[in-house]
Design a protein around this ligand. Structure first.
Ligand code: XUL
Ligand code: CO
Length: 438
């Protein structure tokens, strides 16, 4: 027992002062016909929660994540499983996400790493069967090992490319073994530092070839879930190919991967791309590619990938509005790709970070549902485009007109009418009423 200071984190309501209780996340509460926990399939990120201990560019670990075992051993890998499952059970988190090397220490020889993965995944499977906790998605870490310094799918070296393929194959094996519903490609090193030494076209084609082989292999071993690209514009590379959702969707279409792939949208990555979180979600959704979500928060003051636990209820509301409008997340979930701040270095802080994140998204869900039920926003949007519902507007939408006809129409009017106010402040004020009114 690593978290013996808390038994089960329960819902106690907004007035509760219990630091180990939910104030808003009430898992069985029905919202728009579905239980909260169905709307919000929360997942624990193995790497942050069980791995990140506070090391940054300027200082060492501040938190103890040894879980009573010597680090970089299989005993430690097992202790992480024990701690992780205890943590998820106590919080009622039903899913986890992992990279291959989050589960076991990477060996010099890939054959040994694979043997370790076989062993730990047996143990994880036992725990899953005992608790009902499930795997949301798996992935291969193709950015930490120095061999990937020039990229994985985008590397200049055919040998390195094969090592990337080997890691993907094994990560897919483990994902399927654990019943994972998704498989993520985050291209941390898939990009470039300078165009002066880079064949962009060749690198992108090679990434697509690797993804195609992953789809073929995954389907051949019974993977029925979704493949995801997780867009991010930069960091660690100066320019990453999967810059944002629109770029990644274009790439997938260009290489015929769009039937098997969707987006895994991370809030902090959206910010780095100069977008809002909801922009990235909307672009994915309208292209039928809203897959899963890395539910964290960035910091516009720092402009790094700070991976904070979500606290911004407005942002969570706009996120859940997009999710509800899209009809839910399908195979996806809300993965807390987030870590405690470096000075929040206790086991208590770990639990409270998840309480914060889960409560923030519960509030986001409740407020998004209220915005939809209120109807002001959707009603105004419909009204705003109503000139396309009949007359010349309808002809445009139905594709039954021509540039000549439209020109003749405009000339017959002579002067254009006012297109109407966008009413932004009115809508924002209405949303404030929903956020804070009773
Ligand atoms: C990095 C990041 C990754 C992906 C999975 O910024 O978000 O942890 O989520 O590789
Ligand atoms: Co992420």
């Amino acid at each position: 027992m690593y978290f013996d200071f808390v038994d089960k984190v329960n819902y106690e309501g907004p007035k509760s002062k219990n630091p180990f209780a939910f104030k808003f996340y009430d898992s069985e509460r029905i919202v728009m016909g579905k239980a909260m926990k169905e709307h919000l399939p929360f997942a624990m990120a193995w790497w942050h929660n069980l791995g990140a201990a506070g090391t940054d560019m300027f200082g060492r670990d501040t938190a103890d994540k040894s879980f009573g075992a010597e680090k970089a051993t299989m005993a430690h890998a097992k202790a992480k499983v024990d701690a992780g499952f205890e943590f998820m059970q106590k919080l009622g988190v039903e899913y986890f996400c992992f990279h291959d090397v989050d589960l076991v220490p990477e060996a010099e020889d890939i054959n040994e790493t694979n043997a370790r993965l076989d062993k730990i995944s047996d143990y994880i499977l036992e725990k899953m069967n005992a608790t009902g906790i499930k795997c949301l998605w798996g992935t291969a870490n193709m950015f930490s090992n120095p061999r990937f310094m020039n990229g994985a799918g985008s590397t200049n070296s055919a040998d390195v490319y094969c090592f990337a393929a080997a890691q993907i194959k094994k990560a897919l094996d483990i994902t399927v073994k654990l019943g994972g519903k998704g498989y993520v490609f985050w291209g941390g090193r898939e990009g470039y530092e300078t165009l002066l030494n880079t064949d962009v076209k060749f690198e992108q084609e090679n990434i697509a070839r690797l993804m195609k082989m992953a789809v073929t292999y995954g389907r051949s071993i019974g993977f029925e879930g979704d493949f995801y690209i997780e867009p991010k514009p930069k960091e660690p590379m100066k320019h990453q190919y999967d810059f944002d959702a629109a770029t990644a969707i274009g790439f997938l279409r260009q290489y015929g991967l769009d039937k098997d792939f969707k987006m895994n949208i991370e809030a902090n990555h959206a910010l780095l791309a100069g977008h809002t979180f909801e922009h990235e979600l909307r672009i994915s959704a309208i292209n039928g590619m809203l897959g899963s979500i890395d539910a964290n928060q960035g910091d516009p003051v720092l402009d790094w990938d700070t991976d904070e636990f979500p606290f911004d209820v407005y942002s969570a509301t706009m996120c859940m509005y997009e999710v509800l409008k899209a009809g839910g997340l399908g195979n996806g979930g809300l993965n807390f790709d987030a870590k405690n701040r470096r000075p929040s270095n206790t086991a208590e802080d770990m639990v409270q970070a998840f309480i914060l994140g889960m409560d923030t998204f519960a509030l986001g869900l409740l407020k998004a549902a209220a915005i939809i039920e209120d109807g002001t926003l959707d009603g105004f949007k419909k009204e705003r485009y109503s000139s396309f519902e009949n007359g010349i507007g309808k002809k445009i939408v139905d594709g039954e007109t021509s540039l000549e006809e439209l020109s003749a129409y405009a000339c017959s009017l002579g002067k254009c009418t006012d297109p109407g106010s966008g009413k932004q402040e009115y809508i924002q004020s209405a949303i404030n009423g929903i956020m804070f009114g009773e």
